[in-house]
Design a binder for this molecule. Sequence first.
Ligand SMILES: Nc1ncnc2c1ncn2[C@@H]1O[C@H](COP(=O)(O)OP(=O)(O)OP(=O)(O)O)[C@@H](O)[C@H]1O
Ligand SMILES: [Mg+2]
Length: 287
Amino acid sequence: MEYQAQNLRDFVRQHHSRARVLAVTSGKGGVGKTSTSVNLGIAMAAQGQRVTVLDADLGLANVEVLLGLNSLYNLQHVIAGERRMRQIVVQGPGGIDLIPGSSGIAKLADLGPHARENVIRGLMELQEDADFIIIDTMAGIGQNAVAFAAAADEVLLVTTPEPSAIVDAYAMIKTINQLRKDAVIRIVVNMAANAAQANMVAAKLNHVAQQYLGRSLATLGHILRDPHVAQAVMQATPFVLRYPAAPAAKNVQDLAASLLRQKREQERGRPGFLRRIVQNLGLVSNA
Ligand SMILES: Nc1ncnc2c1ncn2[C@@H]1O[C@H](COP(=O)(O)OP(=O)(O)OP(=O)(O)O)[C@@H](O)[C@H]1O
Ligand SMILES: [Mg+2]
């Protein structure tokens, strides 16, 4: 087993990250992470990108519920070494690939060495098969969510204009920042009444981050509060496919275009997602 671990260490060290990894996260729950992950993924796939959405909300298998899917295998089988990551990929709507999550997995950091190796190997496979990996994380400053967010190439921090969501978003930013000062954090204001309100929310967060953390945040954009979103959820269909002309769908298409215009933040020679997640999970302390 030592031999296997050594192998993995070398592999991670030599591995050149391919996919751009976006962690979709939030402070407060229910602000639209899953909805944003899936619909943004589909909008990017429509622009010719190979997109994999990874359901890392290991408490509740969220993405599947949203899409009315019920797959046989999920991340738990990969963690247990019973399936390879490539074997559990599900074809999602709009040409995206989905990695089903699993309820009942507690903390990645608490997994044993073999289970963690299985996770890392699986993530490596995903990196080879996609242009973008969108990780739909759990809300809040739990270990898994923070480990993924601090390892990702970019964090999409979703908040609503509600004061409690903004306060919790700031707590999340602070926690990510403690782990990684150069994390790229892009704000997405969901359920906004209008663009002006969304801009105010983003400006407020940016102001606080500058004042207390000495750093600035990027703003990716906003998604308006739109009844089509809930209607699509009732039909277990992504709103960008079901109501492509609806305001929220237009917004998501804009977010996708904006992400595609931006160059990936990762520079050559800088440790990529895999090395950072390995570090964050404590598998290889100096990979
Ligand atoms: N732009 C929007 N307009 C109106 N309703 C929305 C919008 N975005 C999300 N919703 C509603 O909010 C609900 C919660 O969204 P979603 O499940 O994506 O949040 P979440 O952040 O993933 O939640 P959790 O923290 O539980 O994982 C959805 O069922 C949807 O109906
Ligand atoms: Mg969710």
